[in-house]
Design a protein. Sequence first.
Lengths: 289, 328
Amino acid sequence: MANLLDEKVKFLEEKANDIRRSIVEMLLEAGSGHSAGPLGMADIFTLLYFHVLKHDPKNLGWPERDRVILSNGHICPVLYAAMAHSGYFPVEELKTLRKFGSRLQGHPHREWLPGIETSSGPLGSGLSQAVGMAIGNRMNDGQSDDKWFYCLMGDGELDCGQVWEAVMMAGRDKLHNIIGIIDRNNIQIDGFTEDIMPLDSLRDKFESFNWHVLEVDGHNFESVNDAIGQAQAMFSKPSVIIAHTIPGKGVEFMERKFEWHGKSPNADEAKEALNQLRTLGGKIKSEHE
Amino acid sequence: MLNQNQKLNPKLLDKDVEQVPIRFGYGEGLLKAGEENENVVALCADLTDSTKTSTFSKKFPERFVEMGIGEQSMASVASGMAAMGKVPFIASYAMFSPGRNWEQIRTTICYNNSNVKVAGAHAGISVGPDGGTHQAIEDIAITRVIPRMNVVVPCDSVEAKKATYASSKIEEPFYLRFAREPTPIVTTEESPFEVGKANLLRDAKNPQVAIIACGPSVYNSLMVAEELSREGIECLVLNNHTIKPMDETSVIDVARRAGRVVTVEEHQVKGGMGSAVAEVLVKNYPVFMEFVGVEDKFGQSGTQEELVEHYGMGISGIKEAVKRVINK
């Protein structure tokens, strides 16, 4: 995986902005769904789908592909948008999110939308599936195989006991092909994570289970990219990247508000959000004004 | 009379009939499947010996995954392994898998359509002295309602071996249910077995009642039919080992022939095999039925015999049910 040149960073910033706009548009059209998480993870998904992943949107069954395991299925608008913009299916189809008969189910279903590795929604089971894939892969292709299993998790779902069953096991088995990425945005439906069920120190928790821990600004492409590079260089243990993100990132009135965790914008809110995204938060002049 | 085509254990009706825990067949079937298919793998949650996963893990240690006491993770890890082309068999006590990890089985195995086999050992009331916490008598109900899940309850260790092996050949999720205590050997290696095909173990010229049973209750049902025959009451006995997909043709056929049905299982009456039979018969050929099973209660400590008798699934309980249904 290559380092990021300035030109690539600019390209990724623009892509992330396109993906954020798609997220707002699809949530408005759907009339329900989660806003804050998908917007907050837009930069990381952009980096994965447009720079990091070994994948081929036209060859879904390619055995050597990296696997993306989305454990917190409710942020799927960002997964769908990243997949559509990177060529898995037409961007136009994003508007079918949560509609009857749509391939874009409210929570992802791997049979309905090929290219998705696991169905998810009920929280806490993604890491176990990544562990199973990594063990199966090791049995098939040996210890030094270079497929990566990117397991994306929310911070709220770390309340689930099952996550820690899998954390313990990945540490025991030194599953270095697993790169966990935690969306550390500090919110969950009922409030701030540290009020609901404190998670800190996450670093200490993971380290005590024999994981390599990296902490980054989840909106800084270079930092996240460097962390993934480090994780790939780590041969003796699984890695987790604690990505500090701003929920609702890119839309001022949604940023840092847990109230936006589980709801979608109405027409006026979406208009304002799209305007902010179109102008990159006032940095450029919108041609639609 | 016993159905000759079924090639049952010739010593079946003897007092000293050989008894083997049904779960032993799981270990043998798993080993056989593993010898034929290198993708077969086994996972276990700290009960490797008592679930008989050890029969496999001793031969193929590199294809065995010890989960520790983590049944929820076990179901999802198996799903991940299936995604990489493996055929995972996961084992624990039925109370914990599918008891504790039902949602993981539903979402990450069945909703995902993962080729995972769930083996629940120590199922039923006959688990004995461990008591109510360890007696899974709701597991048939909670597995058969999950779309795509196949549910098989073998009647003895010989059939358990066949069921386990057969499940490895079908690329679908399975729940395999096994009892703990020694259980009389009913079938032989030569007896027919096919997933989704019930076996008529006892036939009669003018049957008054069809007893439809599964698991260790099959033996008791055969004993009851034998005793009642001496009293002039003839019964058919159907070994309904596959709860899902159910062999509707055979179930309807025995109901039509006998006109009365008694179902017998070591499970709650509500939602169990009997309920599944009733769903078939009500729609196709309604007849009077009696359900032998646990009547909305939890179990307790005791010996296998004491518990089976106390909760009504012993010889006397089944006999009474047959007589009740005749008098309806």
